[in-house]
Ligand binder design. Structure first.
Ligand SMILES: [Zn+2]
Length: 220
């Protein structure tokens, strides 16, 4: 099967992703954080990312004014759209993810972001009470230490969602000011508080280095 993007043909989705990643890096190198307006040579390329996006209609809104890149809370470069009404929204750019995602998966990802965001301060609190430097509970390494949920986050999450399955929000706010991720709407505050309380009761933590953490979650 052939994949087409930006008027080029590719043999695999991975090849498209590699192409997009390379061009994206080039754009970031050249434009830094500057706004990319329609007369910019990169505008057409970025517009094609929007054109293959599952959320195209939502991303475009009342029309695209410009694009720009910012660092998200994990220091990753995030592509953002400024619409003609000056509202902004993120726009992920992995072709394979864009074209594979359906509405259900997008809602799930947004829900996961919002759930994570709601319990961030609990993790920060735990981290603040640890002796420094942080040391891996498993191998004593001090490099790249992270806070790990002893009972995995996804289990706490799925237990909570199955108990509260009739109240799960499907719309979220865009946290442009801080994390650039989706957060719960004010009208879902009760749900958010209930989740935050549930998580506080369920979660216990340990310090793990990145390598041990990956091993634990089976991502090695
Ligand atoms: Zn370790």
């Amino acid at each position: 099967m052939k994949y087409c993007f930006n008027e080029r043909n590719f043999q695999s989705k991975k090849a498209v992703d590699d192409y997009i990643r390379n061009v994206r890096n080039q754009i970031i190198d050249e434009t830094k954080n500057a706004e990319i307006l329609p007369d910019n040579k990169w505008f057409y390329f970025l517009m094609n990312i929007v054109n293959v996006h599952n959320d195209k209609i939502e991303k475009i809104g009342n029309g695209i004014h410009s694009f720009y890149f910012i660092k998200d809370m994990y220091k990753n470069d995030q592509l953002r759209i400024k619409r003609n009404d000056l509202t902004t929204i993120d726009c992920s750019y992995m072709y394979s993810k864009i074209t594979q995602k359906n509405e259900y998966q997008i809602i799930n990802k947004n829900l996961n972001d919002a759930l994570r965001h709601a319990i961030n301060d609990q993790i920060f609190n735990y981290k603040n009470f640890q002796e420094l430097p942080l040391k891996c509970n498993n191998c004593n390494d001090e490099k790249n230490c992270e806070i790990d949920h002893i009972k995995p986050f996804h289990l706490i999450k799925s237990e909570f969602l199955s108990i509260n399955k009739n109240e799960i929000p499907v719309e979220f706010y865009d946290d442009v000011e801080n994390s650039c991720k989706r957060i719960f709407k004010q009208s879902d505050k009760v749900f958010e508080n209930k989740w935050s309380q549930f998580h506080k009761e369920q979660a216990t933590y340990q310090v793990l280095c990145k390598a041990c953490n990956r091993k634990k979650s089976g991502k090695v």
